[in-house]
Design a protein around this ligand. Structure first.
Ligand code: ZN
Length: 303
């Protein structure tokens, strides 16, 4: 295996992490979370989604969050959008650098998530990517349920590769594979990442794992070994999935950062600050966070 010297991390806690939390978080706390992530070294942060506030009350303050973002040259703010209306809202804030589009690998999940077929979700994501590029922004795109579907079960890897190739035509900065419901295993990850990487080269492959069944870190490791160079993670391991009952959140940023630091793979993140942020988040959320490194602390220092 050839492992890279460094990977890029995307902090998704303020959006994917919070979105599935029933307890509504104040705008000021969301901004504090974003600031803590940046202070710990995050340089790409998914800050909000621009979706129907009746469907996703946690994201109803997306415009206010954007208005409060610290503007700095070295941080890319990502706004997740499901359609052109959301894209226009995100662009209108003047604070979002990159739109995040989602397409889903199966018809039943795409219908439940976005009210369209899987092909329809590829077309919609492509429209969003093109709008971003025309508007002077960039766009990332994620293929949801790449490793398994809550409704249809197994997902054909050929389908995911074909979607990735189609999405590349619209001009995203990378292609992401998401294990939306946390069912992937490392061998599946290794094989699919390698295939998609070959199909979309020279575009990078990003991965997005939920730790629903405890395979999150193993999947991150397998993805990096297979050539993924961008990793989504969420401080504290915040989050869940409305389509997976009892689901744990995303892989925790501090757990990924610990593993990679010990392996000599750089992330640009400061582990002590991440741990502080993870513990702070537990207080804000009024519950212990799933992250194990925030509980245990980092590697022991010589006394
Ligand atoms: Zn997710």
């Amino acid at each position: 295996m050839n492992y890279p010297e460094s990977v890029e991390m995307v902090e998704v806690g303020p959006r994917d992490g919070l979105q599935n939390e029933p307890h509504l978080i104040a705008t000021a706390d969301k901004l504090a979370l974003i600031q803590r992530a940046i202070d710990a070294g995050a340089r790409r942060v998914e800050v909000a989604s621009f979706v129907n506030p009746h469907k996703v009350p946690q994201m109803a303050d997306a415009d206010e969050v954007c208005a409060g973002l610290p503007m700095r040259d070295d941080v890319t703010y990502i706004g997740l959008v499901m359609n052109l209306r959301g894209a226009e809202r995100a662009i209108a804030t003047g604070r979002i650098h990159q739109l995040g589009a989602v397409s889903v690998s199966t018809d039943q999940f795409a219908m439940a998530n976005q009210g369209q077929s899987s092909d329809g979700s590829v077309a919609a994501a492509s429209d969003i990517i093109r709008l971003a590029n025309r508007s002077g922004l960039t766009a990332q795109v994620t293929i949801g349920a790449s490793f398994g579907c809550p409704f249809e079960g197994e997902v054909d890897p050929d389908r995911v590769v074909a979607m990735a190739k189609k999405l590349v035509e619209a001009g995203p900065v990378e292609i992401a594979l998401a294990d939306t419901i946390g069912v992937a295993d490392p061998l599946h990850v290794e094989r699919l990442v390698a295939r998609v990487k070959a199909a979309v080269a020279p575009l990078p492959v990003r991965v997005h794992f939920h730790n629903t069944r405890g395979t999150g870190l193993a999947n991150v490791w397998a993805a990096i070994g297979a050539g993924a160079s961008v990793i989504d993670a969420s401080l504290g391991g915040l989050g869940g999935c409305p389509f997976a009952k009892g689901a744990a959140g995303n892989v925790a940023t501090e757990d990924v950062a610990y593993m990679l630091a010990r392996a000599g793979i750089g992330t640009g993140l400061d582990l002590d600050r991440l741990i502080d942020a993870g513990r702070w988040l537990g207080e804000i959320m009024e519950k212990p966070m799933p992250s194990m490194v925030s509980r245990a602390g980092g590697f022991p220092k010589k006394e």
